[in-house]
Write a new protein. Structure first.
Length: 290
């Protein structure tokens, strides 16, 4: 039997919204769902969810309302006519830090508390404690404290501060690092294309190497915290810029464009030209700040 105090509304039933709603249903929550295309709610209705005919009806059904829509513009459009007074709104729609702050102010003007979320998972990971999925949350600390247990059902929670934009910023920062890794992996596979090395075997080498290099981030953190960009440096910037020549010549020999590497290498060269050859690569961060 469900606890009537465990009520939650989910607006938006794409792959992620559906996965989250299903996780709450499986955990015994009374879940009300709404989706613009009503047929998307049918599988959840068969599993026990209540399907609201309108956004207003869905919002009224629960104190805790989770929004998982296509984009920020959709959030405003969907919620524009809803009565949000006294509600706790958790928005896990992908957005930017600035948009998250704007949405928080917009929601608070309508009498609700606001929490922004950045989901570090894909839908199949939701609801599985072993998957490693988690969600960054930022905004109202009171809202987070009040609903911590419910929010932890689909994925682990990581509260990152009262600034509503902090969750989105953490999300995008990690995704940006991932994108850079994808660029390096793509370049590496391009170099090996057409050789005797089997892609699967080379992938194993890549994973081993990148895992070994991951603690590089700790060194960068130490540099930023101390202001000394030379601490613990074993391969300094002068050595790495010299070594970049070999990387570029190899790419040319293999008929591979260096366009994925060239922007970072150019920044390294600028930092070296400014007289920082004894540093690591942390100084590149200073060049990126506008």
């Amino acid at each position: 039997m469900r606890d009537d105090g465990k009520r939650i509304t989910v607006l938006g039933l794409g792959a992620m919204g559906t996965a989250m709603a299903r996780a709450w249903l499986d955990a015994g929550y009374e879940v009300t769902v709404w989706n613009r295309t009503a047929s998307r709610a049918e599988p959840l209705a068969a599993e026990g969810a209540t399907v609201a005919a309108t956004v207003g009806e869905a919002v009224a059904a629960s104190d805790l309302v989770v929004v998982c829509l296509l984009d920020d513009a959709s959030v405003e459009k969907v919620l524009d006519g809803a009565d949000l007074r006294g509600k706790d709104l958790v928005n896990v729609t992908t957005s930017t830090p600035g948009r998250a702050r704007e949405r928080a102010a917009w929601v608070e003007r309508r009498g609700a508390r606001y929490l922004d979320g950045g989901i570090m998972a894909v839908p199949p990971m939701i609801g599985s404690a072993e998957s490693g999925a988690y969600v960054f949350y930022s905004g109202s600390s009171e809202l987070f404290a009040a609903h911590r247990d419910a929010l932890a059902v689909p994925a682990a929670t990581r509260y990152v501060g009262v600034d509503p934009g902090s969750a989105a910023l953490h999300d995008v920062a990690l995704l940006s690092a991932m994108t850079g890794m994808f660029a390096g992996v793509s370049h590496a596979f391009a170099l090996m294309r057409g050789t005797e090395a089997a892609p699967r075997e080379f992938a194993a080498l890549l994973i081993e190497w990148l895992t070994a290099m991951a603690p590089y981030a700790n060194g960068v953190a130490t540099h930023l915290e101390t202001g000394d960009y030379t601490l613990g440096v074993t391969s300094n910037l002068a050595m790495m810029v010299e070594g970049n020549g070999t990387l570029l010549r190899t790419a040319e020999e293999q008929g591979v464009s260096a366009e994925l590497l060239s922007p970072f290498m150019a920044l390294m060269e600028r930092r070296l030209a400014a007289g920082h050859g004894d540093e690591g690569t942390t100084g590149v961060i200073d060049l990126l700040l506008r």
